[in-house]
Design a protein around this ligand. Structure first.
Ligand code: IMP
Length: 193
């Protein structure tokens, strides 16, 4: 029997992505109501993912899933972090600002982090998983695919930026892919959901 899982986003792209990750489960995914906005007031990815999942579950009376993600740069003490989306108004503005902040810093180490959380209809967090992808910030963008900070995030093991990867490759190495890979066995073993 399929069960309804409300995705705490109004972004159809995110819904499709989550549908792909959860394709072999018995959840039927649906977008949250447009008018239901949850402000990301947490100061960690986990806090924001849990807040969004919990609020959407309570408001809709259904199970809900949410993720929160962003880029943490080691030499900038984890900035932009939970402010990754709010670091500029366009992707190119966000990239320019980050490259300016880093300047000629030699330590270019960084990581993308994603936390995904599932809440039961009463708002309690039932499952939570984190994925991390380590990489380096280039001095200039490389590649045309993806979105956000993808053109400046280089993964040494693949010798490619996220923007140079096929969607399948990015899915397998990315923070979001790793978070769902960690969530799926928890979901399979859960007696609650
Ligand atoms: P959110 O998880 O949808 O709130 O996204 C946070 C922000 O982090 C996005 O707007 C992007 O700027 C950045 N971000 C998260 N994941 C990625 C990614 O896979 N590639 C590039 N940027 C990302």
């Amino acid at each position: 029997m399929t069960k309804l899982l409300v995705v705490a986003t109004s972004n159809p792209g995110k819904l499709r992505e989550m549908q792909a990750y959860l394709a072999n489960t018995n959840w039927e995914l649906t977008l949250k109501p447009e008018e239901l906005e949850v402000e990301e007031t947490g100061d960690t990815f986990a806090a924001n993912a849990c807040l969004k999942a919990s609020e959407v579950a309570k408001a809709t009376g259904n199970w809900a899933i949410a993720d929160d993600s962003g880029l943490q740069v080691d030499a900038l003490n984890g900035v932009p972090g939970v402010y990754s989306a709010r670091y500029g108004t366009t992707d190119s503005e966000r990239i320019s600002r980050l490259l300016n902040e880093l300047g000629s810093e030699v330590n270019r180490q960084a990581q993308f982090v994603c936390v995904v959380a599932i809440a039961s209809p009463d708002g309690a967090i039932a499952l939570q998983a984190e994925g991390i992808c380590r990489g380096e910030i280039l001095h200039a963008p490389r590649g045309n695919g993806g979105f956000g900070y993808d053109p400046i995030f280089y993964v040494p093991e693949k010798q490619l930026t996220f923007a140079q990867m096929t969607p399948e490759l990015k899915k397998s190495v990315s923070h979001r892919g790793q978070a769902f890979a960690a969530l799926l066995p928890q979901l399979a073993n859960s007696t609650e959901c």
